[in-house]
Design a protein. Structure first.
Length: 399
């Protein structure tokens, strides 16, 4: 895509903020159509689908925050003057065309597009059928904003494809594709990886762990666990697994207290063999595969470990690589845990619910990447660029 001046991009975003405000009722009506057709049995997916006044306000805020951020394109990364006279500058550059495949959340239609556009990329939006009317309305608003400034609507495209058509598109796209970001479960990610012909950046599942070390502040631990587990079950940064160290003072009493507290908050429990001795009435783990499962529900596994090393091994073998936390007042132990755990975000004495672009100071995010190339964690504006080398010479040839 042609490089746009920052002022032009910001003017489009300012128009989008106004259009979202002026056409809020149109969006809410479109969302009601989606909600009416949705099966509420999947509470997590339903929660993600809802658009209300608060959500519209958050969309407007996301666009505003990106508009106020520095343009990430054409920024100097490094500069060298070589002995042969060559001047080599490395600068940030747009990816080109980004495709995002996502389910349920209409706010992604705003956040993904605003980030891609400000970073001078074209974006192809492939939302789930459950949010069809909401997404259609939001893309219409984007096109209105682009039209106001005489820009083509191909910067932000809405792909209306079923699974078979998507598969065919991934195998043989009708336009250049530089990056695909699948936001969803493992089946979606595997589907995209199998059929895509370009780079795929995985926005991984959650399945987040919290390890309670013997030197944990117990009152703080309970508060953090309840927040991480119950604050928003539909989020990928929600807690699913709790590991209690068997050397925790009053280990059995704390297990029983924690179980009682979780059940007060309507969280169902599954426990390992050792914990079941303290909680004989709770469901026992039947298959080890549960350690790798992301629940997106009011459900939690409580397990026991003998030490920090055992906790780290269990986490690294089973987590989604998203977030993990340790509760301890021992900073050295916490550092060992955070260095060893292979996750995009690691915590000491804090809820995993903070793994979010807005909460981490990144701003609006395209996704939480659990890949290691080219970026890990929240994909904000600064992460939606690649780089390009500019080499200036005066006739140099290589000997």
């Amino acid at each position: 895509m042609k490089l746009l001046k920052t002022a032009v991009k910001n003017a489009v975003l300012e128009s989008m903020e106004r259009i979202l405000h002026e056409h809020k009722d149109e969006l809410l009506l479109a969302n009601q159509k989606d909600l009416a057709a949705f099966n509420k049995d999947d509470q997590a997916l339903y929660d993600r689908l809802v658009v209300d006044d608060k959500k519209v306000g958050q969309m407007i805020q996301a666009v505003n925050e990106v508009r106020l951020q520095e343009d990430p394109v054409n920024k100097e990364i490094s500069k060298k003057h070589l002995e042969n006279g060559l001047e080599i500058t490395n600068k940030t550059a747009p990816f080109g065309t980004i495709m995002i495949i996502y389910e349920s959340r209409p706010d992604v239609t705003v956040e993904a597009a605003v980030l891609a556009f400000k970073a001078n990329n074209k974006i192809l939006l492939k939302g789930g059928k459950e949010a069809y009317y909401s997404n259609k309305a939001l893309v219409k608003f984007w096109h209105m904003a682009l039209d106001e400034h005489n820009l083509g609507t191909d910067y932000i495209q809405f792909l209306e494809m079923d699974r078979t058509q998507t598969q065919a598109f991934l195998k043989n796209p009708d336009q250049p594709l530089d990056l695909i970001v699948p936001r969803g479960g493992e089946r979606l990610i595997a589907f995209v990886k199998e059929h895509a012909k370009c780079a795929v950046l995985v926005s991984g599942r959650g399945n987040n762990f919290l390890y309670v070390h013997p030197e944990a502040d117990w009152q703080m631990t309970k508060k953090v666990i309840i927040n991480a587990k119950t604050h928003k079950i539909s989020a990928c940064n929600t807690l699913d697994k709790i590991l209690l160290d068997i050397n925790l003072p009053d280990y059995e009493g704390k297990i029983q207290e924690l179980a009682s507290l979780l059940k007060e908050h309507q969280v169902s429990l599954v426990v390992d063999e050792k914990v079941s001795k303290s909680l004989p009435n709770e469901e026992r783990i039947k298959e080890n595969s549960i350690w790798q499962e992301e629940f997106l529900a009011m459900k939690c596994v409580i397990g026991s470990v003998a030490n920090l090393e055992e906790a780290v091994v269990l986490i690294n073998e089973n987590s989604g690589g998203h977030s993990a936390a340790i509760m301890t007042s021992n900073n050295q132990v916490a550092q060992e845990f955070m260095d060893a755990v292979d996750c995009a975000a690691v915590y000491q004495n804090a809820s995993t619910r903070f793994t979010d672009g807005g909460q981490m100071g990144v701003g609006a995010e395209l996704a939480i990447s659990t890949d290691k190339l080219h970026h890990r964690g929240p994909l904000g504006l600064k992460q939606l660029v690649t780089n390009k080398y500019y080499i200036l010479g005066n006739g140099q040839i290589r000997n």
